[in-house]
Design a protein around this ligand. Structure first.
Ligand SMILES: Cc1ncc(COP(=O)(O)O)c(C=O)c1O
Length: 489
């Protein structure tokens, strides 16, 4: 019998809420346009309050069973109907999910099960451009597909449609294109990729998780956006996150399929147990109706004109930021960003070669000034860079962002470069991540500045330069152990 109680004495609601609010103080700000990853700020007064109230109204409703809670079916059909009207084609059917990762998992499951039943494929492959979101690798790992990764064009950072076509095999269950990619914000040649897939009878998913709710409105605001949705011949499914440029709270996405017959492969049904017969369209069983209700309310409140205006603001912020970055010495914007996302690299002393240490010092200096820019390491010949996700709230910040970037860059250039001890790098390169024991892992993490109990380092550059020098599987093992140490009770 445990001697300690599981919980302390109950406390008044005001005290509990005060503690929750205090916990937020160490977090990056989610409003105000200074955090350039993870958060989406429409900058609209009252939107957060609306989402919160809509959530509360449906918080206790269980979305597991629409026959008991018919309101859930009505809300979901409204939301999916809007998504289909914007991004679908006649006959399209979809599902509301908890986020991009779940939408992608479901699209990959659909393709795997479709390939098995329609084409007899028992060892399916998932064909990805190297810039496809990591969620596809997660889906492949969870669902037993072999990922086949094709390098992107090193100049445009777009998927190489010809190389993708050449990599199609009789085992390819699904081909993926991004609109746009997260890392560089560029749109893949969707029409070409989908056409070659269709010619081989292969399904094609467009990952519009981040772009799906802004690109059509950018087009409506007068910008040229190439076709990328289900209306493109050969595209058979699409994911779009409403918790990104739809500005709903986190936990809102839609996966759309060409038709109901294809969507059927997404569903899980089970009547072979003594409880209630289960039909789960998504990964979750019980789910709060709150997330669906808040997404519904935000979409209805902002409306067509509202989203068009918000997209225009993001486009304007993007134009001004790109012009400013392109005029900065040694700075290079990667590819031709479709608006919303920007990645740039900075050259070292030779004025040409991207300098990881300098970039990371720059990110640290920006953090000191109250901005969060997301470092992205080098990968397969693609340069390391800093990533910015722009939101409407950024528009008023671009001037001070560029001013601070210039100051921070001067400071970063004056700092000693971070170098990795070559002996450590070669020692680490020889380690087998599969067989590393806990003590070895703890030793390397401590060396990297991520030791258990050490807390998060104030500056990320030394840690990230070291991680960048390690082989991928070792990096993955160490990072998983590190996150495990963060969630240690
Ligand atoms: C293109 C793309 N796909 C998938 C995802 C994964 O979405 P989530 O973090 O909602 O699971 C993201 C997230 O940024 C994304 O940008």
């Amino acid at each position: 019998m445990p001697t300690e109680p599981a919980l302390p004495e109950g406390r008044p609601a005001t005290e509990v809420l005060a503690e929750l609010r205090a916990l937020r103080e160490a977090d990056a700000p989610t409003r105000g346009g200074r955090t350039f990853a993870y958060v989406y700020d429409a900058g609209l007064d009252g939107l957060d309050e609306l989402a919160a109230e809509a959530y509360t109204t449906f918080a206790t409703v269980n979305g597991l069973d629409p026959t008991v809670f018919p309101s859930v079916a009505r809300l979901e059909n409204d939301v999916v109907g809007s998504v289909a009207a914007l991004l679908g084609a006649p006959g399209a059917q979809g599902t509301f999910t908890s986020g991009g990762t779940e939408s992608i998992l479901l699209a990959v499951k659909t393709a795997r099960d479709h390939a098995r039943s329609e084409r007899g494929i028992t060892a399916p492959q998932l064909l990805l451009p190297s810039t496809a979101h990591a969620a596809f690798h997660k889906a492949a790992a969870y669902l037993g597909l072999e990922p086949v990764v094709v390098p992107v064009d090193p100049v445009t950072f777009r998927a190489d449609a010809a190389a993708m076509a050449a990599a199609l095999t009789d085992r390819t269950a699904l081909v993926v294109a991004s609109a746009p990619s997260y890392a560089h914000g560029v749109i893949d040649p969707v029409a070409e990729i989908a056409a070659t897939a269709a010619a081989r009878g292969v399904l094609c998913h467009v990952d519009a998780c981040i772009g799906g709710w802004i690109l059509p409105y950018l087009r409506r605001a007068g910008r040229a956006v190439e076709p990328f949705d289900l209306s493109v011949p050969g595209v058979t499914s699409l994911s779009v996150d409403l918790h990104k440029y739809g500005y709903a709270d986190k936990g809102a996405s839609v996966v759309l399929h060409r038709d109901a017959a294809l969507r059927r492969h997404q569903y899980f049904a089970h009547a072979g147990w003594p409880g209630y017969p289960v039909v789960n369209p998504t990964v979750q069983g019980t789910k709060s109706g709150g997330l669906l209700a808040q997404a519904w309310a935000v979409l209805r409140h902002v409306g067509e004109e509202g989203y068009t205006a918000l997209a225009g603001r993001v486009g304007e912020a993007s134009d001004r930021l790109l012009a400013g970055l392109r005029s900065m010495d040694g700075v290079r914007v990667l590819g031709d960003p479709a608006a919303g996302l920007v990645a740039f690299t900075v050259a070292g002393e030779d004025g040409v070669t991207p300098d990881l240490s300098l970039l990371l010092h720059l990110a640290d200096e920006m953090r000191e000034l109250g901005w969060y820019l997301q470092p992205q390491p080098s990968f397969d010949g693609l340069p390391p860079n800093l990533h910015l996700t722009l939101t409407p709230a950024t528009v008023g910040q671009v001037g001070s962002l560029l001013d601070d970037l210039a100051v921070a860059l001067d400071k970063a250039r004056a700092l000693e470069p971070v170098v990795v001890d070559p002996e450590l790098a070669s020692f680490a390169a020889g380690l087998d991540p599969e067989t590393l024991g806990p003590d070895e892992v703890a030793g390397i993490l401590a060396f990297a500045g991520l030791g258990v109990g050490a807390g998060l380092p104030r500056r990320a550059a030394p840690v990230l330069v070291l991680l960048d020098a390690l082989p991928g599987p070792l990096k993955e093992r160490l990072l998983a152990e590190f996150i495990g140490s963060v969630f240690r009770i």
